[in-house]
Design a protein around this ligand. Structure first.
Ligand SMILES: *[C@@H]1O[C@H](CO)[C@@H](O)[C@H](O)[C@H]1NC(C)=O
Ligand SMILES: *[C@@H]1O[C@H](CO)[C@@H](O)[C@H](O)[C@H]1NC(C)=O
Ligand SMILES: *[C@@H]1O[C@H](CO)[C@@H](O)[C@H](O)[C@H]1NC(C)=O
Length: 471
């Protein structure tokens, strides 16, 4: 666990002041020099790109909804890796599934026309995401299957305008999401499992860039100029280094000259050497969950269906995350300085199954009471209680929030980390009036919780105690 003591802040501030003073002394007309300096430009190398400060909206947002939607939503069986398991790995259960359910000679491309999005109402989706308390939404614009959910000019006959929906899904959802003041992120897979040019480059040991110049780069630039995303969620980087993908060239354009240069946020999947090391915020692996406070902004992405990101018809309730699991993961993530990106997979016709709706709405209901401890919060000097079951801390301004997952049987919550003062006040989010407390035996405090029936409490899981006047 990390903490920054007041004297460390003082040293930092003094250092900044000294630098400013030196520049005034040595630059002569420093005032005007500083004011007229052209905006900083980034060079296409990680040292420069990694030094870009992350636009503040991302850390403040804390919670987003991830949407995996594509042609894989048509077979909707196993997972969104259907094509790969079937024709890349030739897994017998996938071969059997196709044999038993589709006519002889059926190809993956034959799923395309069945991706109809017939009942896709982007405003309904966006209403749901807003009611879930999400501050950003990330949609798969193109997964590893290569099908683009927008009219990409370089995805000939394998895009949502020419085939299937005959609609610009990326554009339509973006409009609906932005109407509600949510940020819009675009997931984009660098690789495409079976694209002939990708396979050619792979055969050449990634010494050629046919695929990058014909497909990846034109599409990334197109997505940015067309939809002006707030976030680019890159994926599919793992088979080759960033030098093959030309990621640093793209990112330097994105940060210097693109229409979204001031607001755009990216993740870390820009080449096999990048995750957890380079880019904007870090995803590291899928469902990454650090043990202690990382020193770099990060995001945990996870899926309500534990077995798949895309919709699958063979889903059973035992593989669905329950409400308390979702909320405790969100709390733990935010306490450790991360954002939580929770995934759902809509059906081929654009419906979101009620089980996903229910889970998302449960998060929204919890956030409507507890959001004060989540949105725009900062990690506190301590993240977690050691001796009380599952208590996580966040902070905002002068307030410290202790979010506890288990209601203590004796109705007294023990917090050892906060140091009380003569001005300490304790309340519970969603409950009127102060709570009684006493100093604990080993320091900290003992909080007397309201003696109410569970149904009278403001939330069913993860209650939040707000402390002010503590150190
Ligand atoms: C990659 O970047 C290099 C250096 O800027 C450039 O010469 C090359 O054309 C780029 N390749 C692609 C495919 O964009
Ligand atoms: C939720 O799931 C977790 C993990 O599987 C389990 O331990 C817990 O008992 C479940 N809670 C409820 C309320 O079903
Ligand atoms: C919990 O334990 C760790 C490791 O022993 C220690 O560094 C930390 O200060 C403890 N936190 C609290 C709240 O006591």
């Amino acid at each position: 666990m990390r903490e920054l003591r007041p004297w460390q802040w003082a040293v930092r501030a003094a250092r900044h002041l000294l630098l400013l003073l030196l520049s005034v002394l040595f630059l002569g007309e420093a005032g005007s020099t500083l004011r007229t300096q052209p905006p900083r430009r980034y060079t296409p190398d990680w040292q420069s790109l990694d030094s870009r400060p992350l636009p503040a909206w991302f850390d403040e947002a804390k919670f987003g909804v991830f949407v995996h939607w594509g042609v894989f939503s048509v077979p909707a069986w196993g997972s969104e890796w259907f094509w790969w398991h079937w024709q890349g790995e030739r897994l017998p259960r996938y071969e059997l599934f196709v044999h038993e359910n589709y006519p002889p000679g059926f190809s993956y491309a034959d799923f395309g026309p069945q991706f109809t999005a017939r009942f896709f109402h982007p405003d309904q989706w966006a209403d749901l995401f807003q009611a879930a308390g999400a501050k950003y939404v990330v949609l798969t614009t193109k997964h590893h299957e290569g099908f683009t959910n927008w009219p990409s000019p370089v995805s000939w006959n394998w895009n949502s305008q020419d085939l299937g929906p005959h609609r610009d899904l990326v554009g339509e959802l973006g409009t609906a999401v932005r109407k509600r003041n949510l940020r819009y992120g675009l997931y984009h897979s660098l690789l495409e499992w079976f694209h002939p040019l990708y396979l050619l480059d792979k055969k050449n040991g990634f010494k050629t860039q046919n695929f990058v110049s014909a497909k990846t780069m034109p599409e990334l630039y197109d997505l940015v100029t067309r939809y002006k995303p707030d976030l680019i969620w890159s994926d599919g980087e793992w088979e080759s280094p960033d030098t093959y993908w030309n990621s640093t060239e793209f990112l330097s354009w994105l940060y210097n000259d693109s229409p979204v240069k001031d607001k755009v946020v990216v993740n870390d999947r820009w080449g096999q050497n990048c995750p957890c090391h380079h880019g904007g915020y870090y995803n590291c692996q899928d469902k990454f969950k650090p043990e202690s406070l990382p020193d770099h902004k990060w995001e945990m992405c996870t899926s309500i269906d534990k077995m798949s990101w895309g919709y699958r018809r063979d889903m059973t309730v035992s593989h669905i995350m329950n409400e308390s699991e979702i909320i405790s993961e969100l709390v733990q993530t935010v306490s450790l300085g991360g954002n939580y990106l929770l995934n759902i997979g809509p059906t081929k016709d654009g419906l979101i199954m009620p089980i996903f709706q229910e889970r998302l709405l449960a998060v929204g209901k919890w956030l409507s009471i507890s959001g004060e401890a989540i949105y725009a919060s900062r990690p506190w000097r301590v993240q977690k209680e050691n001796n009380t079951k599952a208590v996580w801390y966040t902070s905002k301004g002068l307030a410290v929030y202790a979010i506890f997952m288990h209601w203590p049987e004796n109705g007294v919550l023990t917090l050892e980390a906060p140091i009380t003062t003569s001005t300490t006040k304790v309340t519970m989010l969603g409950v009127q009036g102060p709570l009684k407390w006493t100093v604990g035996l080993k320091g900290g405090l003992l909080v007397s919780l309201p003696r109410w029936a569970p149904s009278a409490l403001p939330v069913e899981f993860a209650w939040t105690v707000k402390l002010t006047g503590v150190k």
